[in-house]
Write a protein that binds this ligand. Structure first.
Ligand SMILES: Nc1ncnc2c1ncn2[C@@H]1O[C@H](COP(=O)(O)OP(=O)(O)O)[C@@H](O)[C@H]1O
Ligand SMILES: O=C(CO)[C@@H](O)[C@H](O)COP(=O)(O)O
Length: 471
């Protein structure tokens, strides 16, 4: 049996799966938590990776490893390869003004957004690395001056696993490069001019690898795959095909599809990313997803299962109670300072069940708005596949069809980002023109009558929120 390892170094935790390269059968797995917060020292990811690998029985017997990770994180390294400062993560919104400034510097408004879309495929928002580098140059000039190279979370972990033999050995892949804001999805090349414009000079960037190229090797000699951004890896993990839309409910909420053509949305709602196989990954991302359910569970002092039971005990639409889930600000819509809100509260809807239902419906409505944006960019929706920690909720699975207006397919609970990384590693180990066709897991189908009123009441509420008071 040829074994391969896949890693998902995501926002909240690191997951490692060891799978049979030929069949995809799960052989071993491990996980370890990451610290909270929107800026994290990469050493915490390295520690968690070591713990998760140990829990998974090690990687000395695997033929290849690939690392997928949370996208966009700004990892700055000095000449000696040491981390300059904690990484600003995808969900850190301090560079939102820098994103606006970068758009203004290219014409502002729709003209500025179109300029960025033509150059890179996406409109820069606070999540994107390029805006974080502008923030660093403006607010931490000493740290910026010490920055000899900049890479992404998955790049850095791959580089560390390969022995961290100098900055020139840094590697990335097209899916994660497409989230930097200085790589062109259309041409497949860096837009170094945009990096210089934002940061003031050009630090070293990781070379972008082709889908089955290798990024060095473990001490055992096992090659390291190019790795991927987590959403592109999830697409590989679930075996998403053109016409499939994946809705991932993790720390981030993402709605994405595999496309033969790059997206170019000047509104900025749809990011024009790349996938791991040479295709494209148009994607909408929200800052608030599974943690909306965590927050509601905490408010009600219940666990996830009881929250689901409560939500399912309330009527569809929660008798008009609407929760707008902008608990961390919001990326789509681009409202980085927004806060959440509850609307339509009455004596009748002031119950734990109504609040639980409103939290699930509000989170899903924000994702349904993302699905609409994806369709507006030309995506076809043959299947909606639900993954991520939040998809483990029985309430999410049963309410999603009411909100999305179509059936949803839910593969068995699993770590589909890590699975996608493992599948990429298997492709490296086995070779071939395409990743191995692993047997599809038993997918559950959830259907329900659409309830348009849920989205109608959400649409009436979603703009009526307060901005955080500046600290
Ligand atoms: N049964 C469940 N119901 C609702 N939320 C859940 C459930 N199980 C896990 N979660 C939530 O899912 C999130 C973790 O999902 P995951 O996809 O691993 O996130 P990430 O990849 O962003 O680290 C956590 O916020 C966790 O509380
Ligand atoms: O910013 C994005 C996509 O653009 C997020 O999807 C991050 O990649 C974080 O992923 P999770 O930790 O939520 O899986």
């Amino acid at each position: 049996m040829t074994l391969v390892a896949g890693v998902d170094s995501s926002t909240q935790s690191c997951k490692v799966v060891i799978r049979d390269a030929e069949t995809g059968e799960l052989v071993r797995e491990g996980r370890a938590s990451h610290p909270d917060g929107t800026e994290v020292h990469p050493d915490a990811w390295w520690t968690a990776l070591g713990d998760a690998i140990a829990q998974a029985g090690g990687v000395d017997d695997v033929a290849a490893v690939s690392v997928a990770g949370q996208q966009h994180g700004m990892v700055c390294l000095d000449e000696a390869g040491e981390v300059v400062r904690p990484a600003l993560l995808w969900n850190d919104t301090r560079s939102a003004p820098d994103a606006v400034e970068l758009i203004d510097e290219f014409g502002g408004g729709e003209a500025g957004r179109r300029a960025w879309v033509e150059a890179t495929g996406s409109v820069p928002v606070a999540s994107f690395t390029v805006t974080k580098l502008r923030w660093l140059a403006r607010h931490e000039p000493e740290a910026a001056a010490r920055t000899a190279a900049v890479c992404l979370p998955h790049d850095w972990l791959t580089w560390k696993l390969a022995g961290a033999t100098g900055l020139e050995a840094l590697r990335t892949d097209r899916s994660d490069a497409s989230g930097t804001g200085y790589w062109s999805t259309a041409t497949g090349d860096y837009r170094r001019d945009l990096l210089v414009h934002a940061f003031g000079r050009e630090p070293l960037l990781p070379a972008v690898l082709a889908p089955t190229a290798t990024a060095g090797a473990l001490r055992s000699g096992a090659p390291l795959g190019a790795g991927a951004g987590d959403n592109a890896a999830a697409a590989l993990g679930v075996g998403a095909l053109p016409g499939d839309v994946v809705v991932s409910i993790g720390t981030s909420g993402t709605v994405f599809s595999v496309s033969e053509t790059p997206a170019g949305d000047p509104t900025g709602a749809v990011a024009g990313f790349a996938d791991t196989t040479g295709r494209f990954l148009p994607l909408v991302c929200t800052l608030n997803a599974a943690r909306v359910l965590d927050a509601a569970a905490g408010l009600l002092r219940v666990g996830h299962d009881e929250l689901a039971d409560l939500a399912l005990a309330a009527p569809a639409g929660a008798d008009g109670l609407v929760l707008v889930p902008y608990l961390e600000g919001e990326r789509t819509p681009n409202r980085p300072l927004a806060t959440g809100a509850v609307h339509g509260l009455t004596l009748g809807s002031s119950t734990p069940a109504h609040l639980a239902r409103a939290a699930v419906e509000g989170m899903l409505c924000a994702l349904a708005d993302g699905l609409d944006a994806l369709v507006a960019q030309g995506a076809t929706v043959n299947r909606v596949i639900l993954v991520g920690g939040g998809a483990r909720s029985a309430a999410v699975r049963r309410i999603a069809p009411q909100v999305f207006g179509c059936p949803v397919l839910v593969p068995p609970p699993g770590e589909y980002v890590a699975d996608g990384a493992a599948r990429q590693a298997a492709w490296v180990a086995l070779g071939g023109q395409a990743p191995p066709a692993w047997s599809a897991a038993e997918i559950q189908r959830y259907e329900a009558e659409p309830v348009p009123a849920i989205r109608e009441q959400y649409a009436a509420a979603r703009d009526h929120v307060l901005d955080r008071r500046p600290t």
